[in-house]
Design a protein around this ligand. Structure first.
Ligand code: SF4
Length: 170
């Protein structure tokens, strides 16, 4: 775990970024610039704080109530190497891993053919909430999503099938 994360911030206990109580890291830097993004302060690729993946894990271990880790942003897939290190380590000790991305699963699959870190990160994620935020499709009724174009995807099933497979939330 050598590359540091560049983070806009963390939320140590969230109940809105996936099931259960979750530790959320917000990546600094996002290329998507969705209209009415609620995290526009995360767009610049400068600024933020450098944090080692190990430090995040150590903080997570201090809270026995945590169900998992959520990678949000900003765009976590713009720092795939450090995010993959964190996600793999979190998964290895039993946390579920969710990731929010402005990319589509199909785009990430293409990127992963050329970028091994993107491939590693995808393989370490259980559920991907994909797609840009679209203001006109926004709804407060959507579970864990901001707009209805975004999908909750079962990543292991999607990677195996090579097509996006929706996560069944039960
Ligand atoms: S992908 Fe997310 S962080 Fe980036 S501009 Fe869109 S809503 Fe904002």
């Amino acid at each position: 775990m050598s590359t540091p994360l560049l983070l806009a911030g963390v939320v140590r206990e969230s109940i809105v970024d996936g099931p259960g109580i979750r530790f959320v890291v917000f990546a600094q830097g996002c290329p998507h610039h969705c209209q009415d993004c609620q995290n526009a302060q995360t767009w610049p690729f400068e600024g933020g704080n450098e944090v080692s993946p190990q430090k995040v894990l150590d903080e997570m271990h201090e809270n026995p109530l945590l169900a998992g880790l959520t990678l949000s942003g900003g765009e976590p897939f713009c720092q795939s190497e450090a995010m993959a290190d964190l996600a793999e380590a979190a998964k290895a000790v039993g946390y579920s891993v969710w990731a929010y991305t402005g990319y589509l699963f199909e785009e990430l699959r293409k990127m992963s053919a050329e970028e091994s870190a993107v491939r590693r990160l995808l393989q370490a994620v259980d559920v991907l909430v994909d797609g840009r935020f679209e203001r006109e499709k926004m709804s407060y009724d959507l579970l864990f999503r901001g707009s209805s174009n975004q999908r909750l995807l079962d990543v292991p099933a999607s990677l195996q099938a090579k097509i996006p497979i929706e996560k069944q939330m039960g």
